[in-house]
Design a protein around this ligand. Structure first.
Ligand SMILES: C[S@@+](CC[C@H](N)C(=O)[O-])C[C@H]1O[C@@H](n2cnc3c(N)ncnc32)[C@H](O)[C@@H]1O
Length: 299
């Protein structure tokens, strides 16, 4: 269960989800005809210790990410969502945006992976222990940021706009905001405050990309539990990390605040990439059928 002001590092609580998705990106990058290539994902996972290295090296017999049902579906979803946010950044840059804020950056390596113009500034916001782990792993891997990268250690449930402004953020410049893999870990009220802050800090021409997950029904939670029991995977534990409560729908919220919003279901996006959404396995289908991606532009 989550508590007010709870904290974590890269291998505990909510922080471990950043490692989990980085491992997913490492596996997705190795697939034949991959949708994504993220060389830094493997470096992050190896930096997390022997247990994680063994997973990458095929020395672990059971893990959700290598499970033929859940793992295959999850890796595909993760690759698709990575592509969506990569394309969002490319389009934002093409539109002239040079200020980017990655909310809950975790082990997102876009500052290092994508081609940024020389004058692009990328702010990466997350909890201090997560950013520390990331900085050390990147230094060990010899990574060179392609953008002017600025870390901002914050709790996104608190007054993060002040820390962002203190870090040099310029609210008069149009901004591209990314919220990938974040919203379920925020209470619904904190999500609304996050949207309000994005709205307040966004000059005309700003853009936001958001991933959102529909509230899990009791039946869906039961399905996860029974799948976790059968497979000995910790999927049910993930439910303990999220705030499974009614919350604002992102496209509607931004449209109501004078942004032009477009929502894409993840399954439709996977199809648009020429792949088949992971429907045959009920637990894998559970993941993608609940998730949608929203881009909104401030006129
Ligand atoms: C699933 S990971 C996603 C990371 C990254 N966006 C990605 O897609 O690879 C969730 C991230 O949200 C961060 N996070 C969740 N709640 C947060 C909060 N209240 N303040 C700061 N970071 C938070 C965690 O530390 C973690 O890095």
């Amino acid at each position: 269960m989550r508590t007010e002001g709870d904290s974590w590092d890269i291998t505990s609580g909510v922080g471990s989800t950043a490692l989990f998705v980085a491992a997913g990106r490492a596996f997705a990058s190795r697939e034949p005809d991959p949708l994504i290539t993220d060389p830094f994902a493997e470096a992050f996972v190896r930096a997390a210790g022997r247990e994680w290295e063994d997973l990458l090296d095929g020395l672990v017999a059971e893990h959700p990410l290598i499970d033929p049902g859940f793992g295959a579906g999850f890796r595909l979803y993760l690759a698709a969502r990575t592509r969506y946010f990569d394309d969002f950044c490319d389009v934002a840059v093409a539109a002239g945006i040079r200020q980017v804020v990655i909310l809950a950056a975790g082990l997102d390596a876009r500052s290092y992976r994508l081609s940024w113009p020389d004058d692009a500034v990328v702010y990466e916001l997350d909890r201090a222990p997560v950013l520390d782990f990331k900085a050390k792993a990147l230094a060990a891997a010899g990574g060179m940021s392609r953008a002017r990268r600025r870390e901002v250690a914050v709790d996104l449930r608190e007054d993060w706009p002040r820390a962002l402004r203190d870090g040099g953020f310029d609210r008069s410049r149009p901004t591209a905001w990314l919220a990938e893999g974040l919203l379920p870990y925020l209470p619904a009220a904190a999500q609304d405050r996050l949207f309000e802050s994005i709205d307040a800090l966004s000059a005309p021409g700003s853009r936001v990309a958001v991933e959102q997950t529909a509230m899990l029904t009791p039946a869906a939670i039961e399905e996860m539990r029974s799948y976790a029991d059968q497979t000995d995977h910790g999927r049910a534990e993930w439910v303990q990390l999220i705030y499974n409560e009614p919350r604002s729908e992102a496209a509607a919220w931004f449209a109501d605040h004078a942004w032009v919003a477009e929502r894409t279901e993840v399954d439709a996006y996977i199809r648009a990439l020429g792949r088949t959404p992971p429907s045959p396995d009920p637990s894998a289908a559970l993941v993608t059928s609940l998730i949608s991606l929203v881009t909104a532009i401030r006129s």
